[in-house]
Design a protein around this ligand. Structure first.
Ligand code: NAD
Ligand code: ZN
Ligand code: ZN
Length: 362
């Protein structure tokens, strides 16, 4: 099968012929139908999240089951599925209390000393990112990384739910519970931010302020539910949000992952409000914040990981939201590309020129 292999950090992907194993115990082999490109793939490529080359990135997939391994009862050939990075053991404290996205076991599903799932033409193993690796024509995943979805959901749009949409919607609907009428600011209107924006709308927010430094995103943000837009490249975005909300927003979602925008997001949060950190700041960086500001104004700061998902329960629901018209995904796809165009797609992502790009497999 063809795959885009990361041979080195900060280098173009190599499109290569890669070998993939047959499904073993508890595994499912998929034909990849579509894979979104998430900023976290770029963060890994740039070395901001540690995952060593050679490996195949891509973690926002939808596909069709081709073959199942021993012991797999919940999936059959022909099923449509979404893959998710959440790796859950099912028995730890976090899994059993309903927060499998916090499961610390990093479940792999195949013992570390066994045959790799992926290898190159020289016979050397290729790393699988988050048990998925969807920048490839096929995927071999533990069944636990997958959820079956209804057959009438278009797979290119289903793919978006695999990471960005679940992350953004879940940040607004699961990590925090936005009360009807609340004021919300979304800092960064890429795939994740636009999903958080829609989560705020679906949750009943009153005012939804889109903040970005690329003004062309505002048409799209308005279509998806923004009531106001703030161009961060033109003046003081913090002051603008304070003006629009009369003292700061009840909820601010940081969906970029930069030190400066995390600080701005906390500053945009009003008295008693909550800043939700969704963007991933590179692990090498620290963010100085005023503790007195948090204490004296009783502001809360929370992280939000993968939309606090229980994805086998949440993703089919998010698909229903799309099919009943509440969740708008068509507008979020800036372009559909082939696997061979992946390096150009990463250039566009670096420049902030896109909302979401989707690799569609033939
Ligand atoms: N918490 C999680 O579980 C989780 C999951 C997936 C992705 N993420 C992270 O979420 C973040 C967003 O991902 P994405 O795929 O939507 O990225 P993206 O690149 O598509 O979107 C980022 C947006 O921020 C805007 N932007 C960049 N710098 C800005 C600035 N200084 N001021 C204002 N706007 C600015 C860009 O124009 C773009 O619209 C990334 O950090 C990603 O790693 C987190
Ligand atoms: Zn992602
Ligand atoms: Zn667990």
């Amino acid at each position: 099968m063809k795959a885009a292999v990361m041979r080195a950090n900060n280098a173009p992907f190599e499109i290569e012929e890669v070998e993939i194993d047959r499904p073993g115990l508890g595994e499912v082999l998929l034909r990849t139908a579509a894979s979104g490109i998430c900023h976290s793939d770029l963060t890994v490529l740039e070395g901001g999240l540690p995952f060593p080359p050679p490996c195949i990135l891509g973690h926002e997939p939808a596909g069709v089951v081709e073959e199942v391994g021993e012991g797999v009862d919940d999936f059959s050939p022909g099923d449509h599925v979404i893959g998710c990075t959440t790796r859950w053991c099912g028995v730890c404290r976090f899994c059993t209390e309903g927060r499998p996205y916090l499961c610390p076991t990093q479940y792999e599903g195949r013992p570390a000393d066994s045959k790799p799932r992926l290898w190159d033409q020289a016979g050397d193993p290729i790393g699988q990112f988050a048990n998925l690796s969807s920048f490839a024509e096929k995927m071999l995943c533990p069944e636990r990384s997958l959820v079956k979805i209804r057959g009438d959901m278009p797979l290119d749009r289903a793919a978006l739910i695999g990471c960005g949409v679940t992350t953004g919607l879940g940040a607004a609907l699961r990590t925090v519970n936005i009360p009807a009428g609340a004021s919300v600011a979304i800092v960064g209107c890429g795939g994740v931010g636009l999903a958080a924006l829609q989560g705020a709308r679906i949750g009943g927010a009153g005012q939804i302020i889109a903040v970005d430094n690329q003004a062309w995103k505002f048409d799209l943000a308005r279509k998806l539910g923004a009531t106001d837009c703030v161009d961060a490249s033109d003046g003081d975005a913090v002051a603008a949000v304070h003006d629009l909300t009369g003292g700061g927003a009840d909820f601010v979602f940081e969906c970029i992952g930069l030190v400066a925008t995390v600080q701005q997001s906390v500053a945009m949060t009003g008295r008693g409000g909550t800043a939700v950190l969704v963007g991933v700041v590179p692990m090498t960086e620290m963010v100085p914040l005023s503790a007195a500001d948090l204490t004296l104004q009783e502001k809360k700061v929370t992280g939000s990981y993968m939309g606090s998902n229980r994805f086998r329960f949440d993703m089919p629901k998010y698909i229903d939201f799309y099919l009943d018209g509440r969740l708008r995904l068509d507008e979020m796809i800036s372009s559909r590309i082939e696997l061979g165009e992946v390096n150009d797609a990463f250039d566009r992502l670096r420049k902030g020129e896109v909302a979401r790009q989707v690799i569609v497999f033939g």
